[in-house]
Ligand binder design. Structure first.
Ligand code: DX5
Ligand code: ZN
Length: 220
């Protein structure tokens, strides 16, 4: 079995101590930095943008996994590549020509991800699954950290895993929103490969230990 990955979401970090929190992730058992970019249009919140990503990239020593919650993401693909994104995930609901967008992301040398909202069926990805490196299944409505996990996600993970296997694809399944030590093992069992965790990690007293435990739960 391949190693299951943990991706702390920087949205929940202390922005006044961002370098400290980035170093904590560097030192931890985490695998990726999950970076949420919100535009106030696709989602009802604005997070941070290019200058902050540039600063994060200066210190981050692990894969940079960028989750774009923005309309018209095609406009910024090359800029995110220049800023150091390793994975670039766009929302299914924000892309009229998803296949074209995925090719454009790969042409810039990044892994191409597609995020889907809780109401969007995983079956809609069947015709492009072989072109997708990573599906980010939203287990909350995107826009905010700290929300409760939507239980229907387990079924979606299982169905998506079936689709990936049927199409002989190598797509990773990432779960984003409300991940804790209570749902991690069941998500992995259902077929997840990457667990994003924001509040659960950064609100913990011992963040390094919390990441270590999540990683153990995901790989036991
Ligand atoms: C939500 C973001 C998530 C968020 C997860 O729109 O995409 O990545 O930071 O935060 P938690 O783990 O607190 O639900
Ligand atoms: Zn996210």
């Amino acid at each position: 079995m391949t190693t299951k990955l943990i991706a702390p979401s920087i949205l929940a970090a202390d922005f006044a101590n961002l370098q400290r929190d980035i170093e904590m992730v560097n030192q931890s058992d985490a695998d990726w930095f999950h970076i949420d970019i919100m535009d106030g249009v696709f989602v009802p919140n604005i997070s941070y943008g290019m200058p902050v990503l540039k600063a994060i990239n200066k210190h981050a020593q692990k894969t940079i996994d960028v989750h774009l919650m923005i309309v018209d993401p095609d406009r910024y693909i090359s800029e995110f590549a220049e800023l150091g994104a390793d994975n670039l995930t766009v929302h299914y609901e924000a892309c009229t020509h998803l296949h074209r967008t995925l090719q454009a992301i790969k042409a810039e040398g990044m892994k191409a991800g597609v995020a889907i909202n809780p109401h969007t069926s995983v079956d809609l990805l069947q015709d492009v699954i072989q072109d997708i490196d990573l599906v980010c299944l939203m287990s909350v409505n995107p826009g905010f950290g700290g929300q409760s996990f939507i239980e229907n996600t387990y079924k979606k993970v299982q169905r998506l895993k079936e689709i990936i296997i049927t199409h002989n694809a190598t797509t990773l399944i990432e779960i984003d929103g409300g991940v804790t030590d209570e749902n991690a093992a069941r998500l992995i069992e259902a077929g997840a490969d990457v667990l994003v965790a924001g509040s659960f990690v950064f609100k913990a007293k011992d963040q390094i230990k919390t990441i270590k435990n999540l990683k153990l739960l995901a790989n036991s």
